[in-house]
Design a protein around this ligand. Structure first.
Ligand SMILES: [Zn+2]
Length: 469
């Protein structure tokens, strides 16, 4: 994520949610175990895939259709929860049998199957639903649907830290990765772009209105918040990277300048690949929204941007393809794993452009007092994950880390981590442990100074390796 206008508010909702989790609170209101968003996600199962077939109404911002959730139970399930915020459920089946359901808490859909799902069993849930799209904002930034774009009825879907509950029933936490097959029908003249590889588009008529159904398939398991879409009158550019990866970049009206920036995508991905390893996503490109969007978001292989976005933001969001997307954070307090490394990807681009990063670093830490070193890179509190420290101090931290370990060993270790942990998740401390194992460098005091505490790091940790000369 990058944003120009983060709202710095304490998260009142976070306090309220904590209050609802007093001993004796309903199990249905307990999520996957992330203390920042305690009701997000659910336990007891692991989603393998979502198949979502919905009609988007356009001007009325409605959605109607079905979601098929294929999952495996990790324990016996007499009942289980999906996350769904708003919207009206009309029918639920589990393995083809009619199930009963009720709504609970802010966004729980509590499902009781006709017979319990056995531990270890694969099962399939089909939920039919409809309603008006909306977004939720608990003190950080909106997650969900936002009306905006060039054509009447245009709108887009993006959400971090909440990814999916406002538009389909899901297990809404980054650690439950799944594959996706989307079929989204929109009224003409709207078109629709999403993540993954595009399938066939078909035309039809709904209630006398000519429509088109757009199909997008994500063949690799990804976090729920890495799926987004944009419906508008679109200009679509298609090409391929040198390795054959399909590139689809879709632009709302008012896109001339950003098209020139996006044209550098192959070069950007080449520069980042040289450092971080092979480009991990099965597709590339961007969704450029003709709107002053609240934040750009690294939806997998095809980030959501504003048509006014900068070249460095395109670099940043594509840095997330390795860090945040292919390997996801474990808990939201680990957000530096995503943002520090995406922000440092911008530094790698500047280095490619000829910048002297060591000089930039030395100047920055000489000038930076409390402003640079006072911010937290770890466990900053719910709603504060996307404040400036992970974007600014985070890049200085990674540059110091690179120098602490040494260029060749640092980047080789990061590429090994991509290979080993790709498709999975990693915490900040898990990342440190991996680096220590792979490089033999003790990072205890370095991590303490830069990540686990605030304030100016010791001279040895501020000017490690080549920076000390
Ligand atoms: Zn970011």
């Amino acid at each position: 994520m990058t944003s120009r206008t983060r709202i710095l508010l304490a998260t009142l909702l976070g306090l309220l949610l904590t209050a609802t989790l007093a001993p004796g609170a309903s199990a249905s209101r307990v999520g996957i175990g992330d203390p920042y968003y305690p009701t997000d996600g659910n336990g007891g199962y692991d989603v393998r895939s979502y198949r979502i077939a919905v009609d988007y109404g356009g001007r009325d911002h409605t959605i109607a259709g079905s979601a098929t959730v294929s999952a495996r139970a990790t324990k016996r399930l007499p009942r289980f929860d999906l996350d769904l915020d708003g919207l009206t459920v009309t029918d639920v089946t589990v393995d083809g049998r009619r199930a009963t359901w009720r709504r609970a808490g802010a966004h729980e859909l509590v499902i009781t199957p006709a017979r319990p799902v056995g531990s270890g069993a694969a099962f399939q849930v089909v939920v039919r639903y409809h309603g008006r799209l909306h977004n939720v904002d608990d003190g950080g930034a909106p997650s969900g649907f936002i009306a905006g774009g060039g054509a009447p009825g245009a709108g887009y879907l993006e959400g971090e830290p909440h990814g999916c509950a406002t538009w389909y029933p899901c297990n809404d936490h980054p650690t439950d990765k799944a594959r996706y097959a989307l079929a989204i029908t929109v009224p003409r003249p709207l078109e629709l772009v999403s993540v993954g590889v595009q399938g066939p588009t078909t035309a039809g008529v709904r209630d006398g209105v000519p429509v088109r159904t757009y199909r997008w398939r994500m063949s690799e398991p990804i976090s729920t918040y890495l799926v987004g879409w944009y419906a508008d009158r679109l200009t679509v550019q298609r090409s391929r990277l040198a390795d054959g990866t399909p590139v689809v970049s879709a632009y709302g009206p008012g896109h001339a300048a950003v098209m020139r920036r996006e044209a550098r995508l192959p070069e950007i991905l080449r520069v980042l690949s040289q450092r971080w390893g092979p480009y991990p996503a099965p597709a590339a490109g961007g969704m450029f929204v003709d709107d002053d969007i609240p934040y750009e978001l690294e939806t997998y292989g095809r980030p959501v941007y504003s048509t006014r976005t900068s070249l460095l933001t395109i670099v940043h969001e594509n840095g997330h393809m390795w860090w945040g997307d292919h390997i996801a954070l474990h808990r939201w307090k680990d957000i530096c794993f995503n943002e520090c490394l995406a922000s440092y990807s911008e530094w790698l681009w500047r280095e490619h452009q000829g910048a002297d990063l060591d000089r930039i670093y030395r100047q920055g830490v000489r000038r930076g007092g409390e402003e640079l070193f006072g911010g937290k890179l770890y466990d900053m509190g719910a709603g504060d994950e996307f404040d400036s420290p992970v974007y600014v101090k985070g890049a200085y931290f990674v540059h110091a880390l690179r120098n602490k370990i040494g260029d060749a060993r640092f980047f080789a270790a990061m590429r090994t981590i991509q290979r080993r942990d790709g498709g999975g998740v990693l915490s900040m401390n898990g990342w440190r442990d991996q680096l220590e194992r792979l490089t033999g460098v003790d990072l205890t005091s370095f991590w303490r100074d830069w990540v686990l505490t605030t304030g100016r790091p010791s001279r040895a940790n501020l000017f490690p390796g080549g920076l000390g000369r």
